[in-house]
Each structure stands twice: as C-alpha cells, then as structure tokens.
Design a protein around this ligand. Structure first.
Ligand code: ATP
Ligand code: MG
Length: 420
C-alpha cells in the first residue's frame, strides 16, 4: 500500500480535476460510497469463484461477528446504494472515486491499495449508453494527451444462456487437453471456464486458437445490441479492435465488455475496463434494472501521464515570500500577509517561520520559487516601510524597492498581475 508523496500529488490533482470536469460535462453525478461493505455483497455480486473473491479480499470479522471486507472494486457497493436508496426509479448516471483494496503481488501498476474512478449508468438497456460510456472515456484520454497510447478492445459475452451453452462447448473441447493445460486453467475448467480465455499462458493460448468461438453461440438480441454499439462507435469515428478472448474476470458482466489497453506499462496493460451488467441490480435485491459501467485505474493513468515528455503539471511555486528578521518584523509580516490574503485569496503567500538569519531566509525565499519577496526588519518596522524585491528579474537595478507599508498591497497586486 503506497504513499502518494507531495511531489506526486499535483499530477493526481490534475488528473482528478480532468475527470471531474469531463464527467460533469456528460451529466454524471458523483456518489460517495463507504470503503467497507458486508463481505457477502462482494461474494454474491462479483462471484464466489472469481480471483477477487477467492484470493484478493481483505476480509475481517466485525465486533458483532459480521464479516466485512475492504472494497475490492466499486460496482457492487454502488449497486447496493442504488438499491438501498431506490435511485434506479429514474435513469441514474453516477461516478465515484477512491481507494480499492486487493491482496495481490505488488509491482509497477499493481498495488494492494489502488485508486479507481468508476462510472455507472443505470436504467438504459440500449447500446447507446454503452457507446456513451466508451466515448466519454475516449475523450478523457484525448484531454489528458494519452489517447495515442491506448487501444480500445471490445467484445460481447451475450446472455446468461449464451454463456451456459458456450461454457459447455468450451469445457468439452478443453477436457481433451487437460494434461497440457496450465494449472490455473485446469482448476478453472470446473469453476470458471470462461476465464481460461484470458489465460496468459502461451501453450494454453495456442490451444484456444482452435477452441469453439463464443460468437457462434451468441443469442440474436445480444448480437443486434453488439452490432448497434459498433455502428455508433463507427459513426463518431472511434477505432476499436474486436477481441473474442476478452471476457473480464467478474461474474456480473453480460453482453458488452471492453478494455482500454496500452503496451507502455508492461504486463499491467489494462488501464480501464468495463461492460454491461444487466442482472446485478436484481441479483442484489433491487428491481430489475439494466446497467453498464467501467472503472479506470488511476495509478496506471498517472504512470502514463508521467511518461509524457512534458509532465502536464508540477507544484505551483509561491507568489510572495515574506522574509522577517526580528520579533516585531515577524508580527508585521503576519499582519500584512493576512491583509493580502483577503485581497488575493488565489495567491500563494509564504511567511517565513522558524527564524534564522536574513541571508538564510533570503535563500529560502529563492528556493520557494516565489516571484516577489517582502523584506521586513527592525528598520522597516520603525519607519513604516517595507522592502519589495522581484526575485526573477533580469535587471538587478530594478529588482528592489522600498515602499510605505500602506503602498505594499497595491504594489504587490500590480506586480503579480504583470507577471500573470
Ligand atoms: P488486471 O487484469 O490488471 O488485474 P482487473 O481485471 O483485475 O485488472 P478491474 O477489476 O477490471 O481490473 O479494475 C479496473 C481497473 O483498475 C484495471 O483495468 C486497472 O487499471 C485497475 N486495477 C485493478 N487492479 C489493480 C491493482 N491491484 N493495482 C492498480 N490498479 C489496478
Ligand atoms: Mg486483477
């Protein structure tokens, strides 16, 4: 579980702000959900025989003996909230963000506490909402400048009946090769055979080349739905790759599944993933409600942003640094700075704290990156003046001036305005 350090937070804040703006522009509202839910919500929602529930959850008994879990993903909790507050009586377009927890082997792009932004749309069955979800994610990549690094992979996994029929055919085919399948896939033959399709094992992948195809088992209405989605995406010129092996690891999906993948992050190539989950609301106790959504991994997005030639943001440097030598000067510095904060609430003003010589304070002023330094000492306190110094001015002569304290605020405003 990682700390996100001050030098990294500006990039996180930038990313979060871009996400917020974009989702707002598409009419999605934020919902804030608890980090902890009943364990049963996840085992019922995500599925007992998924990787997440089988081996990745942080579960613990509550004081009253209930089993609780740190959320490994957001959809189940969001659906719980939608049911509990009867939100799905109208179309709901929601998003949330925050930490998720999975006991996995930590590596680049894979943490035990990681952050997702999830986007969920409830109450629309037609493929236009699938298209909207995909388009808004595509626009986010464009706004962030990482669209060139991401590819959209798309598939449909049809209805429950499709998957039951296909599962049987796939298992029948793979049984003959049980001796050569990798260990995980053998286990999945009995528990979750569709997951074998996204096995990373080379020889298993080769076996799958001749396996029955899910598309041949697809029900007509899912096929039409998928066709509509593709037509909508083509109509706006969004490129995608059909990937029949894409099944997603969570039980709740049906019909559309998609992933945004990159080859810039090694094995952790999926940056954003989602799909349709039309039966989950009912399964978790609500009224039957079609739904679709996706989640993006913020750590992986941050890695992509860091990989851009010019980092899009760095920490803001200060605007004004108050250097104050002596007790009287320190008080005066606070008085002037507090006045100035009323006038310039957006500006970053630093009052030197902790004493030290004039010289060492000036060094810190320099290091802060501030445009202006206000210089106050005993002399200034007694004669009502203040020194004002332009820190990044080529002309050494024009750098420093002495002003009346009453003129200071006006002059600072003026100079900062000039600097922009
Ligand atoms: P992966 O195949 O990489 O394990 P997943 O299928 O388990 O991903 P989802 O549950 O679909 O992932 O979560 C959506 C996104 O959240 C992923 O595409 C990824 O960007 C991010 N994500 C998932 N698990 C982690 C993790 N442990 N650390 C960092 N990001 C993660
Ligand atoms: Mg995973």
């Amino acid at each position: 579980m990682n700390d996100i350090l001050p030098e990294e937070t500006p990039l996180w804040q930038y990313l979060e702000q871009q996400v917020r703006l974009l989702l707002g522009s598409y009419g999605y509202s934020e919902i804030r959900l608890p980090l902890v839910e009943q364990t049963e919500l996840f085992s019922r929602g995500i599925g007992e025989v998924t990787d997440i529930v089988e081996k990745e959850m942080y579960s613990f008994p509550d004081r009253n003996g209930d089993s609780l879990s740190l959320r490994p993903e957001g959809t189940a909790g969001c659906v719980r909230a939608v049911c509990q507050h009867s939100l799905a009586t109208v179309v709901q377009k929601l998003w949330y963000s925050g930490p998720m927890f999975r006991y996995e082997r930590p590596q680049k792009g894979r943490q035990r506490q990681f952050h997702q932004v999830g986007v969920e749309a409830f109450g629309i069955e037609s493929a236009d909402i699938d298209a909207e979800l995909i388009l808004l994610s595509a626009r986010l990549w464009k706004n962030l400048g990482i669209d060139g690094q991401l590819e959209l992979q798309l598939n449909t996994i049809g209805s429950a009946e499709t998957r039951t029929a296909y599962r049987a055919a796939l298992v029948e085919y793979l049984r003959d090769f049980e001796g050569v399948l990798d260990e995980d896939s053998v286990r999945r033959l009995d528990t979750n055979p569709l997951r074998i399709l996204d096995s990373k094992n080379r020889s298993t992948q080769r076996l799958l080349d001749n396996a029955p195809a899910l598309l041949d088992y697809l029900d007509t209405s899912s096929a039409e739905h998928f066709q509509q989605l593709q037509e909508l995406l083509r109509a706006v010129g969004l490129d995608f790759t059909l990937n029949q092996r894409l099944v997603r690891g969570l039980d709740y999906y049906n019909r559309t599944v998609f992933e945004w993948v990159t080859d810039a992050l090694g094995a952790q190539g999926t940056v954003c993933a989602g799909g349709r989950y039309d039966s989950l609301v009912q399964q978790l106790g609500g009224k039957a409600t079609p739904a679709a959504g996706f989640a993006m991994g913020m750590e992986r997005l941050v890695l992509l942003l860091q990989g851009l030639g010019d980092a899009p943001v760095t920490a803001n440097p200060a605007d004004v640094y108050f250097v104050a030598a002596g007790e009287g000067a320190q008080k005066l510095a606070f008085q002037i700075a507090e006045q100035l904060r009323d006038q310039l609430p957006e500006r970053q003003l630093l009052v030197h704290c902790g004493g030290g010589s004039f010289k060492s304070q000036m060094k810190k002023a320099d290091k802060s990156g501030a445009s202006l330094a206000v210089i106050l000492g005993d002399q200034e306190v007694s004669d009502g003046t203040a020194g004002l110094k332009k820190m990044r001015h080529a002309d050494a002569q024009g750098r420093q001036q002495t002003l009346l304290q009453s003129e200071l605020a006006g002059q600072i405003c003026e100079l900062l305005k000039q600097e922009g």
